[in-house]
Write a protein of this length. Structure first.
Length: 175
């Protein structure tokens, strides 16, 4: 409230206090100082403090950005070595009698797995015969199997424009 009344008392152009003619005449006449016996003239000098008030507001400038994205495709041949495993099965006929305590088990001979195949034969006595073994060998070989793949590339362009200027083109590629 006090600030508003001070603002009214200030001259808006040069920020000086407004003083009326009657106030000037009363200042010129002066007053007596009650503490001293002599007549001295006093001039009243107003002390002023300025205050700043800052505010902001949104203004439409007419500037903007237009972003355009396009996708292009290209075909490329990919030729990488692939590993494939193949198995060969070999049957070896053995036809030997095997005792119950000597039953053969599955075993490895290098890269080959040997699986015994057992059977029983009716004789006057029952005996186990090793009829055959199955030999499974794993071989590794490298083969090429070219494949066609589609790779996409994106292009993005941004147009900066102002209501008073011509649009400009900035283009960026992203893979």
């Amino acid at each position: 409230m006090a600030r508003a009344s001070k603002d009214k008392d200030l001259d808006k152009q040069n920020q000086q206090p407004r003083v009326s003619a009657d106030e000037l005449k009363s200042q010129d006449k002066g007053s007596l100082d009650p503490g001293s016996g002599d007549a001295r003239q006093h001039t009243v000098i107003p002390v002023i403090r300025e205050e700043l008030e800052v505010s902001k507001r949104a203004v439409e400038t007419g500037k903007g950005v237009r972003v355009t994205k396009t996708v292009s495709e290209r075909e490329e041949v990919v030729d990488e070595p692939l590993v494939r495993e193949e198995v060969s099965v070999e049957r070896v006929s053995i036809n030997e009698m095997v005792a119950d305590q000597d039953m053969p088990a599955v075993r490895y001979e290098g890269e080959t797995i040997v699986v015994p195949i057992l059977g029983e034969v009716l004789v006057t006595e029952k005996r186990t015969i090793l009829k055959e073994e199955v030999r499974i060998t794993r071989k590794r070989r490298e083969v090429r199997d070219p494949q066609r793949v589609v790779l996409r590339t994106e292009q993005v362009s941004a147009d900066h424009f102002d209501a008073s200027a011509k649009p400009s083109n900035d283009t960026a590629k992203r893979k």
